[in-house]
Every structure is written in C-alpha cells, then in structure tokens.
Write a protein that binds this ligand. Structure first.
Ligand code: ATP
Ligand code: MG
Length: 290
C-alpha cells in the first residue's frame, strides 16, 4: 500500500509521518472477510471468496474518506464490516474508542446510534408499505431508551429531518413509491440522520441516480456534514465524485487498499499504477458539482 502524508485540513504531513489533531474516530485494523461460497455436497466450502484481505485505515472526525475501486473489489463488504452489518472473518474495528467487533448486544445497539449507512438503492432500502414519517422515525422508536417518543415529538423530529434534506413536510404522509429516485434518496438520508449519528457509511448513494440529481445529493451530503459535524466513509466507483467530496481517498483493488492519500495527491500525483488506470478510465462528469 502506498500511504502518503495527508496534509489536508485534518492533518499535518511531516515527511512520511502524519500528525492528526485527535485520535481517529474509526480505526480499522487488518480486516479480512472470506465468504464461503459454493458449498460442496459434503457441506465443505469448495470455493471461498476472499472479498477483503487485510485492510487497515483510520477515519478522522469530520473528514470524508473516499473509498474507490471497481465493481466487486470489496468496497461494500468493507463498509458493512466497519458497522458490523457483516461479521468479519478477522481483524478489528474501533469506533470512538469502543471495540465494535467485541461489543456485546447492548453496547452494539448504543454504538449503532452513532454509526449509520446510506444505501445505493433507495427503493430497496425503504419499506414500501410504510409512510415516510414511519420510515424516518422507526430508528428513533427502536433506539428510544428513555427519549421522548410521543407521537407529537416523533412528528416534529421527522419534519425537521425532512426539512434538513430539502423535502416538504407534506411528504410525511406519503409512501416511497410516490417519490422520484432523488427524493427517495433524500428520505434515506433523513432516516440515517434521525439518530444524529457521528459517522455515516455512504455506499454508492448517487450511483443509481442520473448525473444532475446525483450532484444535488452530493451537495446535500456536504451541507449536512457541515451542519451536523458528520464523518463519512464515502464509497463509489466514480473517481470524479470521490475526488469532489473527499478529504482523503483510499483506492481499493481485489480486497486490498493499494494507495491512500489526500484527494489532491491521489488525483494529481498517483503513485500506484491501478490508481492511474482508474483516473484515466473515468472522464470528468459533464455537470459541475457545486
Ligand atoms: N454474501 C456473499 N457471499 C459470497 N460472496 C459475496 C457475498 N457478498 C459479496 N460477495 C463477493 O465478494 C466480493 C466483493 O463484493 P462487494 O459487494 O463487497 O464489492 P463492491 O466493491 O461493493 O462491488 P460493487 O461496486 O459492484 O458494489 C465480490 O466478489 C462478491 O461477489
Ligand atoms: Mg458495493
């Protein structure tokens, strides 16, 4: 792996060592996932897929770390393991000082309040039979733990979240199929924000949208990051989108991070041949993102 001094607004690069102002919010160490696929007749795994093979990286509070690589390289598996939505084969994830993989159910539930995910496909990730108000407030009810879950309070919180993502309050009574793809993604973002998390894994949140709608969502994510002090792991196969949003970029290939550095270094001074290939393969988007 080529790992260069970040020098972004979150860190000072001195030679090859980096001094960040605080401990990382997320510390990933030697994370491995082997999927046992193609079970044989004797129940023995004949063909294992090594989706993530020994990834280590830090994500600092307030930054966006972009994770870029071609389809099937292990981006979603890595992102979900960080949230423990997929159990790793081995390795460790420390979030805000807590060992996520060793956390017993109660502690994991508390950690989950602070760690959310936005999915690529807002259709598949929103329950079609629930009204938007229920979709947004469901996490608040699940994680109530003594907080105010009266109907009025939930309604007010859902309205606030909808406003934050640029939707009108009238949306609360409607169902997911009554919205466009971009609006549905805004609902997915409002749901992820409901618990006021610190950290969000954005797993290809604009890949299913056309370029102009995707650009609006990208700009919304940036605005929300400023407003709510969010930290993002932003997954995409698109170098221009990742470059636009990220403070640092991790380039992933076949389950491993081959290069990690500031957006500027990765895009202007790539060290790894695969990064150069990705940059050459991806033309600039037609649309201005800001
Ligand atoms: N549940 C599973 N069982 C077996 N193999 C899996 C499973 N999920 C993913 N894989 C395999 O693991 C590898 C990594 O998949 P993953 O979805 O993490 O890639 P990705 O980089 O997110 O791809 P994409 O850009 O297409 O979303 C692929 O080879 C995939 O086929
Ligand atoms: Mg994926």
């Amino acid at each position: 792996m080529v790992n260069r001094p970040p020098g972004s607004r979150f860190g000072l690069g001195i030679g090859h060592c980096t001094i960040f102002k605080s401990m990382p919010l997320v510390e990933v160490r030697n994370l491995i996932k082997v999927y046992a696929a193609d079970e044989g007749v004797f129940g023995k795994a004949r063909h294992n897929v090594r989706a993530v093979s020994g990834v280590s990286l830090d994500i600092h509070a307030g930054e966006t770390l972009g994770l870029v690589g071609e389809s099937g390289c292990g981006k979603s598996t890595l992102g979900r393991m960080v949230l423990r939505l997929i159990e790793p084969t081995s390795g460790s994830v420390v979030f805000n000082g807590h060992d996520v993989l060793a956390a017993p159910p109660g502690e994991l539930r508390r950690l989950r309040r602070d760690m959310q995910i936005i999915f690529q496909d807002p259709v598949g990730s929103l329950n079609p039979r629930m009204r938007i108000e229920e979709i947004i407030t469901e996490p608040l009810v699940i994680h109530a733990e003594g907080s105010d879950t009266t109907k009025d309070s939930l309604h007010q919180q859902a309205s606030e979240m909808l406003r934050a993502v640029g939707l009108d309050e009238s949306a609360l009574r409607r169902y997911p199929h009554e919205f466009s793809g971009g609006q549905r993604q805004r609902v997915g973002i409002a749901r992820a924000l409901a618990l006021q998390p610190k950290f969000i894994v954005c797993d290809e949140p604009v890949s299913a949208l056309d370029v102009s709608v995707g650009a609006q969502i990208v700009n919304l994510l940036q605005k929300l990051q400023r407003e709510f002090g969010l930290t993002y792991l932003f997954i995409s196969h698109s170098m221009p989108v990742v470059r636009y949003l990220s403070d640092r970029i991790a380039v992933m290939r076949q389950g491993a991070i081959v290069e990690l550095g500031t957006s500027e270094d990765i895009t202007l001074r790539p060290q790894h041949g695969y990064t150069r290939t990705l940059l050459e393969a991806t033309p600039e988007p037609e649309l201005k993102l800001s």
